[in-house]
Design a protein around this ligand. Sequence first.
Ligand code: URA
Length: 438
Amino acid sequence: MTPGQFPQHIIARKRDGHALTTEEIKGFVRGATDGSWADYQLSALLMAIFIRGMTPAETAALTDAMMRSGVVADLSSIRRAKVDKHSTGGVGDKVSLHLAPMVAVCGPAVPMISGRGLGHTGGTLDKLESIAGFRVTLSMAEYAAQVAKVGVALIGQTAELAPADKKLYALRDVTGTVESIPLICASILCKKMAEGIDALVLDVTFGRGAFMTEKARAVELARTMVDIGRAMGKPVRAVLTSMDEPRGRAVGNALEVAESLACLRGEGPADLMEVTYALGEQMLLMAGAAATAETARAQLAAGVASGAALAKFREIVAAQGGDVRMIDDPSRLPSARLQLPLVHAAGGFVHDVDARAVALACLRLGAGRIRAENPIDPAVGVDRLVKVGERVPAGGVLGVIHASDEAALADARAQLERAIVVGDQPGVPAPRVDQVIA
Ligand code: URA
């Protein structure tokens, strides 16, 4: 390492607002991958990037270096079109769990590399791990074999695949450096470009529960990712979705698996299914498996109605070592010792449900991490949440809190009572699907 490549030199350059060179960016990514940069140095540069931002050229170089920190999967021997979707993060966003099998039964394969909980948002890997035995770390050979045989693999970054993201993602989670366009863009695209797909659909969220609270910033993030994806040779489309209230009625790992299973049984909440279908339509269109959005939706709905999508999810769980009895009988999923319904004595109309406040209540319950090494509690969270615009009868339930200890339950309850506003007038939910950016 020459003095110009010392971590402190690169950190200081970004701190002072300079654009980093490709060599400097490669040095940072190498340092994250081989451990030659200390966590405090990686975190300091993450914060400098967060504050100073990156040019499009720097963001592209970061994405490329992170993708090359491991192997790039070659799934070209699999003849089916391979398409994936990834979300920029949300509250109660369990779409990946049921969308992947719904799409796979329509023809395309879905090789999916997901993340853990990040900031206040939940992560697909943590949700999957609430199914006893489910292995999210497959070797590259196992991953490719499963995509070929089952049509879907749901895994995380590994020592082989995008290892730099594994390290940086965990540090961002606990250092207040998540809500950054270049960091989100590189984190998502490095995994997606390494997983062997032909096309990608992004769910770019905006609103209180998203990392981009303002729609204009979400559009900027979407455009950045679509452009970088295209420059890297993959067609990418972004669906802009609102995330002001939690998606669906459940937040918390096992509770969200249960809600995804309900979606696969045809019993999913309307808002969650609306976003699921919008994303699924784009996936089938990009994979060439449907000619119009209407036929794509009909194919997806048929897979749910016939039970094929649920059977596919069961097959994925079995292939990755999970206990399929939890799929057949969701009451076997981890359940919390304490369950408290939040009751509204007077009743009225749901005016507001603040997604971020609900997420923070769930974090307090133990559904996410405060420190990188913290274990999460798969059983805790909230379900049966009311939705904006609904009527609540006197003595009606606003949601049920699932907790493992009394102190956390009390704190979460106070937080949720502030998060859910009931009044004389129904609130009007934001349109769930805003626009498609191609
Ligand atoms: N999902 C990711 O994989 N990374 C981010 O930074 C945000 C969402």
